[in-house]
Design a protein around this ligand. Structure first.
Ligand code: GRF
Length: 219
């Protein structure tokens, strides 16, 4: 099969890349991005933060940083496609170059992917393609792995199946089995925040190209 080669995301020229970040929870990955964009050399700005639920710490972090926020709860819509359309419209209003799903615990629909496919970056707390889904940390622990970690990848229509951009490794200790994975997840998140900030900055400044599932960021 011939390799597909295309510059999926050329970076903006002469201005910082516009980021919309989607969250569902504590937002520590969002906070790492908020801290990173304070440096003009980072090459990106956060233009809005969206969530699928009210009252989460991630929204508080956005508001403290003076960022516009929006919330769309699935239960407020007649169907999933309507929710996806509302989310797409809210994101589109901020004209992002990249969308970052940072602990956003919902599957994006075809409308959203049609608008932003190839430009949506997700972070997952396991070494994909192993342990996709909402329980990556505990699934890896239950399987008995000795190393796990995090994966920053582009989002496609599957669950954590998109092209991998970067991965970070974290060792599992015997003690991790005693607390249900909480301490392990915290150690993963330390690596994850650094990796996400590094990857988003590189994409914002350099763009990316995808060849046959492999993501290349120009040096
Ligand atoms: C991260 O580990 C992310 O990969 C997972 O949920 C966690 C979100 O953490 N999906 P936070 O909300 O950024 O603190």
């Amino acid at each position: 099969m011939a390799a597909v080669s295309s510059l999926a995301f050329p970076p903006p020229v002469g201005r910082p890349a516009r980021l919309v970040v989607l969250v569902s929870g504590s937002g520590t990955n969002l906070q790492a991005l908020i801290d990173a964009v304070a440096d003009p050399a980072y090459g990106a700005e956060i233009v809005a933060v969206g969530a699928d639920r009210d009252g989460v710490a991630g929204l508080d972090r956005a508001e403290r940083a003076g960022l516009p926020t929006f919330v769309h709860r699935i239960k407020d819509f007649p169907g999933r496609a309507d929710w996806d359309a509302a989310l797409t419209a809210s994101v589109r209003a901020y004209q992002p170059d990249l969308v970052v799903t940072a602990g956003f615990m919902k599957i994006l629909g075809s409308g959203f992917l049609g608008a932003y496919g190839g430009r949506i970056v997700n972070t997952h707390p396991a070494l994909l393609p192993s342990f996709p889904g909402a329980h990556g940390v505990t699934d890896a622990l239950a399987y008995g792995v000795k190393v796990t970690g995090c994966t920053v990848h582009l989002v496609d229509s599957g669950v954590d199946t998109g092209p991998i951009i970067a991965q970070g490794v974290v060792e599992v200790t015997d003690a991790d089995h005693a607390d249900g994975g909480e301490a392990l997840h915290e150690r993963i998140k330390i690596v994850e925040r650094t990796l996400l900030v590094e990857v988003v900055g590189r994409l914002a400044r350099e763009g990316h190209r995808i060849e046959d599932r492999k993501v290349w960021i120009p040096a």
